[in-house]
Design a protein around this ligand. Structure first.
Ligand code: FAD
Length: 241
């Protein structure tokens, strides 16, 4: 049974106008599996506590730290603290890593489709980074990353660096851009026809990981089911909203 452990903020860095990268140094570090999350608890001076879940951005190979990417919700309780207030040396508490369903690899041989909306790309980057640390075979892996426009992408340099390695490809789907940045990208929304075109080169029986807001995950899952992807091959993580 995992217990709460104290953790200090090691560093903070704004990744976009709404998303901050937080590196936590927990007193007791436990190696995560790619895709897992931690629960973070804040305690105010009057004893009031608030806790939220955050996916781990860092791959299992990063020792001693838990890296998070937190989107600021204007009327939220916890995310504005991390975006506006948190400083190196601040103390919080962490529980985990937790989560047993949304983890990869469960099967290292099958191709993998990752579909992330907004900050939903966070645990998917951990999976993509973890892939590079696996012994052969490294299965083919495609990431579909949906955002409104280029300025809202987070972690894009890290993803492009991973794309230099064989077998990992990215495709952007930008709903409010006027042009697609690359030939393999798309302006518009994700639908069944689009997902069919992405699944086809991955071959037989890919595992699919979908992460983002409730509405995003629901739309993608319905499209995958309409294409005949078995429910058992679809894993989801919902951030709320
Ligand atoms: C497994 C998991 C992983 C996650 N990973 C990430 C991640 O990597 N990055 C990330 O940014 N987020 C992630 N989340 C979401 C995260 O846990 C928080 O939900 C998010 O940061 C918002 O928290 P908050 O305290 O800022 O907002 P909250 O205070 O929880 O408010 C959230 C929204 O609910 C509304 N609300 C709050 N209280 C009420 C009320 N009483 N009545 C009506 N509406 C209300 C607010 O207006 C706001 O829009 C994850 C969630 C889960 C479950």
């Amino acid at each position: 049974m995992p217990l709460w452990t104290p953790a200090s903020v090691e560093s903070t860095e704004r990744l976009s106008p709404r998303i901050v990268h937080i590196r936590l140094r927990p007193q007791t570090w436990r190696q995560p599996r790619a895709g897992q999350h931690v629960d973070v608890r804040l305690t105010a001076e009057d004893g009031y506590q608030a806790q939220r879940s955050y996916s781990l951005l860092s791959p299992p190979e990063l020792e001693s730290f838990y890296d998070l990417a937190i989107e600021r919700l204007d009327d939220g309780e916890v995310s504005p603290y991390f975006f506006d207030v948190a400083q190196p040396g601040d103390e919080v508490e962490v529980l985990g890593p937790v989560g047993g369903h949304f983890v990869w690899p469960t099967d290292q041989v099958r191709p993998v489709l990752l579909v992330g909306g907004g900050s939903g790309v966070v645990p998917l980057l951990s999976m993509a980074q973890h892939r590079t640390a696996l012994r052969d075979p490294q299965p083919p892996m495609t990431l579909v990353y949906a955002a409104r426009e280029m300025a809202e992408l987070i972690l894009w340099p890290a993803l492009q660096a991973l794309e230099q390695q064989s077998g990992f490809t990215t495709r952007l789907v930008l709903s409010r851009a006027s042009t697609a940045p690359r030939p393999q990208d798309k302006v518009g929304r994700i639908d069944a026809a689009y997902l069919a075109s992405v699944l086809q080169p991955l071959g037989q029986s890919p595992l699919v990981y979908v992460c983002g807001s409730n509405g995003f995950v629901e739309t993608v899952v319905q499209a995958l089911l309409a294409l005949g992807v078995p429910p058992a091959d679809i894993r989801t993580e919902r951030f709320g909203g």
